[in-house]
Design a protein around this ligand. Structure first.
Ligand code: 1CP
Length: 356
């Protein structure tokens, strides 16, 4: 790395906040900032001929990652990919049918775990990492590049259920009936995710985020066993290889389990969902000493107008003096008007000047 390279890295605002700094204007990026609400995304997806083809074609995956950076100038780009790349690379082939979400051939007992083969992941992970490497070349030097994977629990809900569900019943049943067998599945996912995230970091990701979108359906004991403990092991193993790379957790729906999650996993930042009160976000930043990210309701971004302006201001005001990353509480939805995203950016960026 040249000296110039090291210096330009210092301008990455998201990295500064993950390191505990408080900035006058928080860095901003939005979950699912690349996606169907953008016409240019729909065009590139059409060119790729399918969602997975888009993920596995580095030139096109890099292009859709860059689209929202060009349009809005976010402080961070998130690799365009999906959490289901991990089961796909392990050999449980995944398909995305237009308008129907993901489909996998479900694994519902420990006896079927031999269908997952960690020695097979190389080729597919290499394609994703080629996207990461291209992005680091093409992004402005001040833009942070975020790599990611799904958390073991959330990925397991798809491996076992074979599709998305509102209650993750199939995985919960498996975990209650055969906790030892379910632990084997979780362990495979932890080990594979550590390798996968390490490869993304080695290809140029500055930080990594672990999405636990379905953490919220578990009772407290199971939350500790299937969300906190595997994430803690994942973070520990990753930090053995890459001690200086910050990790962002996203235990969506964790509620009052969030503080324990942050303390026990050792994450450097935590994504907060829409239901997390601003007061609790402040407590997380102060008592657990992490950067907090979130938590505007994506549907408020669809509605726009004064209600959105008010919530942006409230959030910025509440988080003043703390390490805060401006974001939504969950991903942008497809019917979001692109203009509303532009208005959000302007308002967040103007806040520090107005309130200086
Ligand atoms: O073009 C399309 O029709 C595909 C829609 C789409 C997109 C844009 C899917 C299918 N995945 C993605 C990209 C994606 N997924 C990103 C890209 C980076 C960005 O944020 O811009 C990321 C980080 C994800 C992560 C992801 N995939 C999560 C965790 C975050 C979350 O939203 O909770 C989950 C749960 C998935 C699974 C998934 N992939 C796609 C869909 C529609 C779903 C949800 C399926 C379901 O449970 O119903």
């Amino acid at each position: 790395m040249t000296t110039a390279g090291t210096d330009s890295k210092k301008n990455r605002k998201l990295m500064q906040v993950l390191g505990g700094q408080v900035l006058p204007t928080p860095p901003i990026w939005l979950m699912r900032q690349a996606g169907r609400y953008l016409p240019e995304y729909r065009a590139t997806r059409g060119e790729a001929g399918g969602f997975l083809k888009l993920c596995y074609t580095p030139s096109l995956a890099a292009e859709v990652t860059l689209q929202p950076i060009r349009r809005y100038g976010f402080d961070a780009a998130i690799l365009f990919s999906d959490i289901l790349i991990v089961p796909d690379a392990l050999g449980q082939s995944v398909s995305f049918l237009e308008g129907e979400g993901p489909k996998l051939d479900p694994i519902q007992s420990a006896a079927e775990l031999n269908r997952l083969d960690p020695s097979k992941t190389g080729t597919k992970f290499a394609l994703i990492c080629e996207t990461v490497a291209r992005l680091r070349q093409d992004l402005p030097s001040e833009t942070t590049l975020i790599g990611f994977c799904g958390a073991p629990w959330t990925v397991a809900t798809y491996v076992v259920g074979g599709e998305g569900s509102s209650d993750q019943a199939a995985a919960r049943r498996f975990a209650y009936r055969d906790p030892k067998g379910f632990q084997q599945l979780i362990d495979i996912l932890v080990d594979t995710s550590v390798d996968y995230l390490s490869q993304q970091i080695e290809a140029g990701a500055d930080t990594v985020m672990v999405f636990d979108s379905w953490a919220g359906t578990l009772p407290d004991r199971e939350f500790a066993t299937w969300v906190t403990a595997p994430t803690a092991r994942l973070v520990r193993e990753l930090k053995k290889r890459h001690p200086n790379v910050p990790v962002i957790g996203f235990p969506r729906g964790a509620g009052s389990n969030a503080l324990g999650f942050v303390k026990e996993t050792g994450v450097n930042g935590v994504g907060c969902d829409t239901a997390m009160p601003l007061h609790d976000m402040r407590v997380l930043a102060k008592d657990a000493g992490v950067a907090v990210q979130g938590n505007i309701d994506p549907l408020l971004l669809v509605a726009g107008g004064e209600a959105l302006d008010r919530r942006i201001d409230e959030t910025l005001q509440a988080m003043r003096g703390l390490p805060h990353i401006f974001n939504l509480g969950h991903g942008i939805v497809p019917d979001t008007p692109p203009d509303h995203v532009a208005r959000l950016m302007e308002r967040v960026r103007a806040f520090a000047k107005v309130h200086a």
